[in-house]
Design a protein around this ligand. Structure first.
Ligand SMILES: Nc1ncnc2c1ncn2[C@@H]1O[C@H](COP(=O)(O)OP(=O)(O)OP(=O)(O)O)[C@@H](O)[C@H]1O
Ligand SMILES: O=P(O)(O)OC[C@H]1O[C@H](OP(=O)(O)OP(=O)(O)O)[C@H](O)[C@@H]1O
Length: 297
């Protein structure tokens, strides 16, 4: 199939081709009912049910493609967007790929603060963010800074042990990689998570773009909330509605039992245990929690 000619009338959506963000990005596409089949080794997949082409790219390259309007939408980390210095919209925090870009030094070494690293050598895959951070620390423009920043594409954590860096700037989530390399963090340059990113000059159909955004927003909401349903004496309503105010408002229905009503409300998944305990104490019965498989908000 001549894939390139099939791209003309499609909205182009850039997806990380591998690494930390890949699985979750693909599961968001699935949750959004964007069907596709990706042939082995091909980095372009045409959606089989929507006029969308998925372009699988390295997470670091996605901001550039979206920033230049070559792709209309993308999924990547805020760290990659800031490092690329491109101007894109960030309409949705996808709430995965959360970590921090941190200044790390040998745990047993002499450096305790980032100021002590002024004039030293720092190794990172994020050279622009590192330069900007140390230039600000020195209070001078990047061209005048004395701190040296060197690029390494991967295994940055080995740089201090190998004698090519006094400190590194790298991503930290659990801290395991950092500790295993004998390093500790002394400052945070940036907090990041995966976001939906959007071109400021989209070439694709704007209505379709809105539909995709709304579907992804629905997937995020479905992941964040559960539906909580219970029966309660009408006299207890003021108390229980304080516990389950819902996203907008709870649904209250009459039931075939004099003086009783049924309540249905969206509850944050992380609070569901507490909410059920509190409802029981305030007189609710038959309390049930259901998964929301999808929704539009
Ligand atoms: N440990 C982590 N925890 C959470 N998110 C992370 C972590 N490491 C990286 N990320 C996020 O995932 C993005 C891609 O990182 P990843 O290491 O998967 O890159 P990659 O595309 O596989 O490239 P590389 O080949 O350079 O490793 C990062 O920019 C960051 O937003
Ligand atoms: O704090 P932690 O939970 O240990 O995570 C941090 C590590 O995760 C990332 O690398 P990744 O494992 O994705 O591999 P990479 O070095 O090939 O990018 C990052 O570059 C760190 O090395």
């Amino acid at each position: 199939m001549d894939l390139v000619n099939h791209l003309n009338d499609r909205l182009l959506f850039a997806i990380p081709k591998k690494g930390r963000l890949y699985e979750k990005a693909v599961s968001i596409l699935k949750g959004s009912d964007i069907h596709f089949h990706r042939s082995q080794r091909l980095d372009i997949a045409l959606s089989t049910n929507m006029p969308i082409a998925l372009i699988f790219l390295p997470a670091a390259d996605i901001p550039m493609f979206v920033g230049e309007g070559k792709c209309d939408l993308g999924i990547t980390g805020v760290d990659q967007v800031r490092e690329s210095q491109v101007d894109v919209l960030l309409p949705l925090d996808l709430q995965f790929g959360s970590c921090k870009l941190q200044v790390q030094v040998p745990a047993q070494g002499e450096f305790k603060t980032p100021e002590q690293l002024i004039g030293k050598t720092i190794v990172s895959s994020f050279v622009h963010l590192t330069q900007r951070y140390f230039a600000e620390l020195e209070g001078v423009p990047i061209e005048k800074m004395t701190t040296k920043v060197r690029f390494v594409g991967g295994s940055v954590e080995a740089s201090c042990a190998l004698g090519i860096a006094d400190a590194i700037v790298d991503l930290v989530e659990s801290g395991e990689t950092m500790r295993a390399a004998g390093l500790k963090d002394i400052a945070t340059v940036l907090e990041t998570s995966a976001h939906l990113i959007e071109s400021k000059n989209p070439k694709g159909d704007v209505e379709l773009l809105q539909t995709i955004k709304s579907r992804i927003e629905g997937v995020m909401t479905a992941q964040r909330y559960v539906s909580c349903n219970y029966n309660v004496p009408e006299s207890c309503l003021p108390d229980v509605l304080k516990i389950t105010p819902g996203r907008r408002a709870p649904t209250i229905s009459q039931i075939d039992d004099e003086g009783w009503v049924a309540v249905s409300a969206m509850v944050e998944r992380k609070h569901k245990g507490d909410v059920m305990d509190q409802l029981k104490k305030k007189g609710a019965t038959d309390i049930m929690v259901f998964e929301i498989s999808n929704c539009r908000v």
